[in-house]
Design a protein around this ligand. Structure first.
Ligand code: FCB
Length: 404
């Protein structure tokens, strides 16, 4: 199977759906002493408004929508799968297709059913694999490309070493154990998805930054990058694509992270406005995966000045085109995010959306940046790039060989 170059926007279930109360994030947001500034609540009510939200994205001229499946809805208790919620997500994929959008489905985007004990437990990988199999069976060929796990490196770091995500641990050993279980889960789910939906490309999405070493900072930079990125890139061996999520750069000196450079513009998320970071991360992802197809599965900016979002989009797409012109195989660009949404422990104050959301009325406002990205997508629609699954690369069966 093949697809056009993907121009899209991304969301994740917990950040937009609302009324998600059976996962670990709900407990984390509502716990006493939580680092979260506010709970997610009704979020963007995407649960009910997905049909019109998807139509809005299609009207912009995009050809793809990346969203995630909420594991705690599908499997509220171990081994009990909800037919109703499987149908809900199947309806989302069908809605995408009817609107002309390729549905790119993420199976895990940070949240876990409350009954999952820990990502340090090797059995969690097996439970995730079982969930992935059930979803693949229900959604089947509706899925245009599957992302097993979004940024396994982030919950491993923020949840097990930095205490900001659930389960709130601060332990390097726990982080490394969780990283291993995430990698195992990715491998298992990939094998399962390949069997269940053989023509569908499967990969993971990794959080990558452009880590820039100042003189003397090279060893420190390499060590940070090894634990954050390299061990996960190594785990993508044999995948159909690698999803790259990139937001900024970081400067590293001999003593570690140097913080923002004075004078550089900051985004509303507090880090540097640096759309060009994507050039470094795409080059590195290609280098470490021997040229595997890449998809920009997330890039974006939190800002209340939509003109800066337009500038960010232009800068990021320029960076992507530079690496493409050097022969690096990039198959899609997804802006994060489709909607202003729940930005984890930062709450709703960081607005990444192409589409604004008034949380009192749930009214949507299409921002100029959304029209801008849509115009780029429309202009580029005749790009010859396609995304193939591993099945395309397999030897054709003898009958086909004879015919060709
Ligand atoms: C990424 C996450 C996504 C969102 C953006 C801003 O790390 O995948 O959910 O929070 O950052």
């Amino acid at each position: 199977m093949s697809m056009p170059f993907l121009w899209g926007a991304a969301t994740s279930a917990h950040q937009v759906e609302g009324a998600n109360e059976a996962n670990d994030w709900y407990d984390w947001e509502t716990a006493a002493g939580s680092p979260c500034v506010e709970p997610c609540g009704s979020a963007c009510d995407h649960l009910h408004r997905y049909p019109s939200d998807i139509a809005l994205l299609a009207d912009l001229g995009l050809n793809s929508y990346r969203f995630s499946i909420e594991w705690s809805r599908i499997e509220p208790e171990p081994g009990r799968f909800s037919r109703r919620w499987l149908e809900h997500y199947r309806a989302m994929t069908e809605r995408c297709r009817r609107c002309g959008l390729e549905p790119i489905v993420t199976f895990h985007h940070f949240t876990n059913p409350r009954w999952i004990d820990s990502w340090e437990d090797p059995d969690t990988a097996k439970r995730f694999e079982r969930f992935a199999a059930v979803v693949a069976e229900a959604l089947g060929e509706q899925i245009a490309a599957a992302i097993t796990i979004n940024e396994p490196n982030m919950p491993a770091l923020l949840g097990y070493e930095e205490g900001l995500f659930p389960p709130g641990k601060r332990d390097r050993g726990a982080r490394m154990r969780a990283s291993e279980v995430f990698i195992d889960a990715h491998r298992r789910a990939t094998a399962t998805l390949r069997q269940a939906i053989p023509g569908t490309p499967v990969g993971l999405a990794l959080a990558m930054a452009d880590w820039q070493a100042l003189p003397g900072g090279e060893d420190e930079r390499d060590e940070i990058r090894r634990l954050r990125e390299d061990i996960f890139l190594a785990a993508t061996l044999g995948d159909d694509f690698v999803g790259v999520n990139t937001y900024t750069r970081h400067r590293i000196g001999p003593q570690g992270w140097l913080g923002n450079e004075p004078g550089v513009e900051l985004t509303a998320a507090g880090y540097e406005f640096w759309p060009n970071a994507l050039e470094g991360t795409l080059r590195r992802a290609a280098e470490l995966t021997s040229g595997r197809p890449l998809i920009v599965t997330e890039s974006g900016i939190a800002t209340d000045d939509d003109q800066r979002r337009v500038a960010y989009i232009d800068g990021a797409i320029d960076a992507m085109r530079r690496v493409q012109s050097d022969g690096i195989d990039v198959r899609g660009f997804f802006y994060w995010s489709a909607l202003d949404n729940f930005e984890w422990h930062h709450g709703f104050s960081q607005r990444f959306g192409l589409i604004g959301v008034d949380r009192a009325t749930q009214r949507r406002t299409v921002k100029p940046s959304a029209l801008h990205l849509g115009a780029i997508a429309k202009a580029a629609q005749f790009s010859p790039n396609t995304l193939r699954s591993s099945a395309d690369d397999a030897e054709p069966p003898p009958a086909e060989r004879r015919a060709s």
